[in-house]
Design a protein around this ligand. Structure first.
Ligand code: FAD
Length: 381
């Protein structure tokens, strides 16, 4: 049985970057009794596996509600990083050199031309670079380069330091952390949230936030119905090289892969997009594809020591957009899941938006397009 935590004002299920950001925002808004329940350790899953790119512009082919959300969250990062450093002493290494997007084929060139044109028309910061200009910025880039875009506002963060900072922050804010506690089901009476049943006993609360990443569809409600939002795991494999001195300073993408230079000399190379269930294995095919795409960007990667590798499960909804906000059919039930490729990027704003809706009862216009209602959030009771 859980001692001293049998009830809370708000329960957040899932201690990844999304659950942690929400718990912190709730505490900052004065909610005193927040319980964060994590079945393993904080940040153990996708949030640990990520590359930490905060790059809404680099891959966007048009402005839509998702692009707006992503840019707004990216723009919160400088203040977010400063606040976390002040609160915890941990530097999340918000690295602002910018992102390069490279073209190696005629088709790649058409893609970057289109991206450059719409983003310039929309008044966004983007620079077009000749191959020589890009290679002058990053001499490691292959001589096969045809042209590039530079996105000065698309940056990166050290996501593992971010998890450490958020974990320290939520402890300092007095949030009740229950790790090694698996939530088996959400207790719903009529159409009202009562709490959760965990592997260590029940916890009661009038508000429950589901932030369980790729495992969201496995959660049941007390009458054994599954919850209506469907989230699928999408595996991403990653390689980590040692690069001392650093091979590059920018995050560098091609349409096929990316390399991310960390301040400590690690160079990440990613990734794959695989629908293989809850399987986090590295595979020969995955390693081969990532290596080939990294070598296309920077041939010198071929001589770097490979020091680590891992795979994580991105949480993906049916329309690949996150599901954020209240479930109208069940009072007290909120979702913050399905952040797919962009959970690190979207964490500060998701935390703010969910905490705002819980504390004020009002949904900010920004989250309308991400409401669980688009999946007909009914039939949970
Ligand atoms: C290879 C790779 C590269 C990526 N690169 C980037 C990037 O560059 N930029 C970016 O923005 N995003 C990136 N992402 C995506 C990002 O990692 C995810 O979108 C984000 O981490 C999702 O956060 P989350 O908190 O929703 O999920 P998670 O971090 O997976 O956390 C969910 C948590 O819920 C817990 N949980 C699940 N079920 C239960 C239960 N029943 N009871 C209790 N606890 C439970 C899990 O143990 C887990 O800790 C990448 C992902 C991968 C795999």
């Amino acid at each position: 049985m859980l001692k001293g935590a049998e009830s809370a004002d708000v329960i957040v299920i899932g201690g990844g970057v999304i659950g942690l950001a929400i718990a912190r925002s709730l505490a900052l808004r004065g909610i005193r009794r927040v319980a964060l329940i994590e079945r393993a350790t904080l940040g153990a899953e996708a949030s640990h596996a990520a590359a930490g790119m905060l790059a809404p512009q680099a891959e966007a082919d048009g402005a839509d509600a998702f692009f707006e959300l992503a840019c707004a969250s990216r723009d919160l990062y400088p203040a977010f990083a400063d606040e976390l450093r002040e609160e915890t002493g941990i530097d999340i290494e918000l690295e602002r050199t910018g992102t390069l997007y490279l073209a190696f084929t005629e088709r790649d060139e058409e893609e970057i031309e289109h991206r450059y044109n719409w983003q310039r028309r929309a008044g966004l910061f983007v620079e077009r670079l000749s191959a020589d200009e890009a290679r002058h910025l990053e001499p490691c880039i292959s001589e096969e380069l045809r042209g590039a875009l530079r996105f000065p506002l698309d940056v990166q963060v050290e996501n593992r330091r971010l998890i450490a900072a958020l974990s320290t922050s939520v402890k300092q804010h007095g949030i009740r952390l229950l790790t090694d506690a698996h939530v088996k089901s959400i207790i719903i009476e009529g159409r009202v949230i009562e709490g959760v049943e965990t592997s260590r006993g029940n916890v009661h609360a009038p508000v429950v936030v589901v932030a369980t990443g790729a495992w969201t569809s496995l959660l049941a409600s007390s009458n054994n119905n599954s919850l209506p939002v469907h989230v699928e795991p999408v595996r991403g494999q990653m390689l980590c090289f040692e690069s001392n001195p650093r091979l590059a300073r920018h995050v560098i993408y091609s349409p096929r892969g990316y390399i991310v230079p960390r301040l400590d000399g690690r160079l990440l190379a990613g990734s794959t997009t695989e629908r293989v269930g809850f399987n986090k294995c590295m595979t020969g095919e995955g390693v081969h594809a990532i290596t080939a795409h990294a070598l296309e960007i920077a041939p010198a990667v071929g001589s770097l020591p490979l020091v680590d590798s891992w795979a994580g499960l991105r949480p993906c909804t049916e329309d690949e957009w996150p599901v954020i906000g209240a479930c109208a059919e069940t009072r007290g039930l909120f979702y913050a899941a399905g952040h797919y490729r962009n959970g690190i990027l979207l964490a500060p704003l998701t935390g703010e938006l969910v905490a705002e809706q819980i504390t004020t009862g009002k949904a900010a216009p920004l989250i309308n397009a991400f409401s669980p209602e688009r999946f007909q959030c009914v039939g949970v009771n």
